[in-house]
Design a protein around this ligand. Structure first.
Ligand SMILES: Nc1nc2c(c(=O)[nH]1)N[C@H]1C(S)=C(S)[C@@H](COP(=O)(O)O)O[C@H]1N2
Ligand SMILES: [Mo]
Length: 509
């Protein structure tokens, strides 16, 4: 009696999991055909991200880096599978209860999908499909109850054992088809970018060519850090994409991608930094961007200066309703943010905002560099708040001067004699005037600087250190063109960017 009851329970759990899995996979496919963000697992996962309190999120980005998302999707999946297993076991006793469990699970996903910003009523469609497919699969895998309850057998439902394999195969095929369609719908390869009307001068050779270990002067696109709230990348259909400029502007306008490309494009070298970057951290990168200067675009909407509007912020919205607010002052003060379409000579990759993103020099990414941009609204801070502002991050967040040691690596061992110490330093909008190195708490000594590509671009640096055997502490700091020395006072990234100087220990043999 006992083994067959256990077997019955396990069969029930498997039926529940397969029912939910096939349902989710079918929904994933429907979502890929309509709106990928409405796929149940992703909708719930994104909601969990949005509801995660800021300190937990900060911890996740710090400890897990870009692995934070797989971990998150994983925990949503495990929780869902547990509940699905319970529903499957319940269905063997009372099918209606099990079916209700599956409907409830998909109902939560449907609710989350329709309540996300910018979701239409059709966002509920994948969840409805998930519920219908889930209940049908459950019915096919659950045996009809016997009249006499004592006689309950570890049966497998109308399809028999084959049913379990069929359901598993169907789930994999449906999910795979969904993924494939999602990718096929974004046709970056078809995009041909016009040349810049105002090209940037060729980038000088960087120090990395002379001294291995220093970050390349231009970050290869594939190595560029990525920080955003997304679980999957948006699928943007270029034919349907529009850039709207609205709110408190004299003449709201709407542009297609081709109309945007027809405007005069400029090329600029800009270093971007994330507010979450710890001193010495990896969330900084330098690239050559191609795009339309934001002030030119606003001029098309009739806005030439702050006098033309009552707005004090530019609220930008991405294709899924995510928002970033940028102080209007900063937009119009001459720093010339870009509405970018290209990065390092190619269309923006999906990770970095295809088809269009903002890049605002001198502000951390979360207040000026909206990816997957679709709308620019002139409004006030009193009227509208953006995603991070709602989570108590700063509203105006200029990038702080900072510097990093790339080589030698912390805790590495070098041979005694001449050791090249080098890295990068940045102070966008102000420029780096100098970098200094301190060995074992001694005097700050000036370093050599690499080529200069403008105040919005980082500066490489190096120092030829005469290293003696033993353990040593190296520290670096930068000074801006306007005379600010990077402070050694430590501040956490929250709420407006980290401060302090990086100190590393190295061994010399
Ligand atoms: N739509 C959207 N844009 C976004 C974000 C986001 O989560 N969603 N993250 C911002 C943050 S915090 C940073 S630091 C930069 C990072 O850009 P990157 O991933 O291209 O390096 O994008 C910004 N733009
Ligand atoms: Mo960021």
């Amino acid at each position: 009696m006992a083994p067959s009851r256990l077997q019955a329970r396990l069969t029930g759990a498997a039926a529940g999991i397969l029912a939910a899995g096939t349902g989710a996979a079918a929904a994933h496919l429907v979502a890929a055909l309509t709106d990928p963000a409405t796929s149940p697992v992703l909708a719930v996962g994104s909601q969990v991200i949005d509801l995660t309190p800021t300190p937990v999120k900060e911890w996740a980005v710090r400890e897990l880096g870009t692995a934070d998302k797989p971990v998150l999707i994983g925990s949503v999946l495990v929780g869902t599978l547990l509940l699905a297993a319970l529903a499957g076991m319940a269905a063997r006793r009372w099918f209606v209860a099990g079916a209700a469990g599956i409907v409830l699970l998909t109902g939560v996903a449907g609710f989350v999908a329709v309540t996300r910003p910018e979701a239409g009523a059709s966002a509920v469609l994948p969840a409805v499909v998930a519920a219908a497919v889930g209940v049908a699969v459950l019915a096919l895998l659950t045996p009809r109850p016997r009249r006499d309850p004592a006689e309950r057998a570890p049966g497998t439902g109308p399809l028999g054992r084959r049913g379990f394999l069929l359901a598993a195969g169907a789930a994999i095929a449906l999910a795979g088809a969904g993924e494939w369609i999602g990718r096929a719908r974004t046709r970056i390869a078809d995009v041909v970018l016009p040349a810049a009307r105002r090209p940037a001068a060729p980038l000088p050779a960087g120090l990395e060519e002379r001294y291995a270990g220093i970050s390349p002067f231009r970050t290869p696109t594939g190595d560029f850090y990525r920080v955003d709230t997304r679980l999957t990348l948006p699928v943007v259909d270029l034919d349907g994409w529009r850039l709207r400029i609205d709110g408190d502007v004299p003449r709201p306008v709407e542009l297609t991608f081709d109309e945007l490309l027809a405007m005069p494009l400029v090329e600029r070298d800009i270093t971007m930094t994330c507010v979450s970057n710890e001193v010495g951290g990896e969330y900084v990168g330098a690239a050559r961007w191609l795009g339309v200067p934001l002030p030119r675009l606003l001029a098309r909407a009739g806005l030439r200066s702050t006098a033309d509007t009552g707005a004090d912020q530019l609220l930008s919205t991405d294709v899924d309703g995510f928002t970033i607010s940028t102080p209007l002052e900063a937009v119009l003060d001459g720093r010339e943010p870009l509405v970018a379409v290209g990065m390092n000579g190619r269309p923006l990759p999906r990770e970095h905002g295809f088809p269009v993103r903002l890049v605002t020099p001198g502000l951390y990414g979360f207040v000026g560099s909206t990816k997957w941009l679709t709308r620019l609204t002139l409004t006030t801070y009193a009227e509208e708040t953006a995603y991070w502002t709602d989570r108590e991050w700063a509203t105006d967040a200029p990038v702080k001067v900072s510097s990093r040691i790339d080589t030698p690596r912390p805790l590495s061992t070098a041979d005694a004699g001449q050791v090249v110490v080098g890295g990068v330093a940045w102070a966008q909008q102000r420029g780096v005037a100098g970098v200094e190195l301190r060995v074992d708490g001694g005097a700050w000594q000036p370093c050599e600087l690499g080529p200069d590509a403008g105040i919005d671009y980082w500066r490489q640096w190096y120092f030829l250190w005469d290293a003696e055997p033993g353990e040593h502490m190296l520290a670096v700091r930068a000074t801006t063109e306007d005379g600010e020395v990077q402070t050694s006072a430590r501040m956490t990234p929250f709420p407006e960017g980290s401060t302090g100087v990086q100190e590393i220990v190295v061994r010399v043999a």
